[in-house]
Write a protein that binds this ligand. Structure first.
Ligand code: FMN
Length: 177
């Protein structure tokens, strides 16, 4: 398929950090399919987002409801030009960095890699101190060494850009949109 007709696969995991910024970008783009981790689906609700608002914009939503992550088969059909995982929790970053693929998001990341579809990951835990929105208030968290190590490990993956802020994400997306 011609690159300009291909779609963006966008995965949301269960993070409040960078959630609003990710949704603002999603709403500014066309031809997006949304993939939600189970925690991602819950966290969207915690922060007041409704799935029906995405559906009104004709964004298709794939939830993590099958053990085999059935929607991964879409990656074999050459319909996606890029996979964006934003925001990516420390859990998802750890799983991806170590090659796990036992849920919808880690599976589409693995299948993107195997199908040579480029991935862009906006990781949440990339600095020793992170100020982040909890529902209703701001909190300060201190990512652990293991979280920062997993981020560094994921950066070594081929065909994968791992970014740590929204400016970097927007710059890379421009290359693919
Ligand atoms: C309100 C709320 C906000 C959260 N924000 C974050 C976050 O910013 N970063 C993070 O790594 N985990 C965050 N979590 C925890 C993750 O949702 C949790 O680790 C979950 O198991 C991640 O699953 P997933 O990686 O499959 O989405 C948050 C949880 C809740 C309830």
């Amino acid at each position: 398929m011609d690159k300009k007709n291909k779609r963006i696969a966008w995965a949301i995991t269960g993070s409040g950090h960078f959630l609003k910024e990710s949704i603002d970008i999603i709403n500014s783009l066309n031809n997006i399919d949304l993939f939600l981790s189970r925690a991602g689906e819950e966290v969207l609700k915690w922060y007041g987002y409704k799935l029906s608002d995405f559906k009104k914009k004709k964004i298709k939503i794939f939830k993590d409801v099958t053990a085999s992550s059935a929607p991964v088969s879409l990656f074999y059909e050459d319909i996606y030009k890029v996979l964006i995982v934003s925001p990516a929790t420390s859990n998802t970053v750890a799983q991806m960095a170590y090659g796990f693929s036992d849920n919808l998001i880690t599976n589409i990341f693995a299948q993107a890699g195997k199908c040579k579809v480029h991935s862009i990951i906006l990781a949440c835990d990339t600095e020793p101190v992170v100020i982040t929105p909890a529902p209703g208030k701001m909190v300060t968290v201190y990512p652990r060494e293991i979280d920062l190590e997993n981020y560094e490990l994921l950066k070594k993956f081929k065909n994968t850009d791992v970014v740590r802020n929204v400016d970097e994400l927007e710059k890379i997306i421009k290359k693919w949109h």
